[in-house]
Design a protein around this ligand. Structure first.
Ligand code: SF4
Length: 87
């Protein structure tokens, strides 16, 4: 991402720290939630696992492109409709 190249090292570190804090808070919130369906629980787990707001794309797009094929949840992960219609 080109805008990241324009940041100072301190700004980059602040952004990284904020991102890590947000991910940790989201992960903690997910652990305390009760999910109505397994699908919702898997989606929340995958988001906590892979989603990086600085990486580009939506959470579902990032989960769709998950490279960890040996993960037990891989076959059950939510995938984007755009991706599934291409297959
Ligand atoms: S399928 Fe991918 S994103 Fe989901 S839990 Fe496994 S490794 Fe993480």
């Amino acid at each position: 991402m080109s805008y990241l190249n324009e940041l100072t090292p301190e700004q980059r570190q602040q952004l990284t720290d904020k991102s890590q804090l947000a991910r940790k808070a989201k992960s903690e919130a997910n652990k305390q939630k009760k999910y109505k369906t397994i699908r919702a629980a898997v989606k929340a787990h995958c988001i906590g696992c892979i989603y990086d707001p600085l990486a580009g794309g939506t959470s579902i797009q990032q989960i769709t492109n998950c490279p960890v094929t040996r993960c037990e949840l891989y076959e059950w992960r939510p995938i984007s409709k755009a991706s599934s219609s291409k297959d």
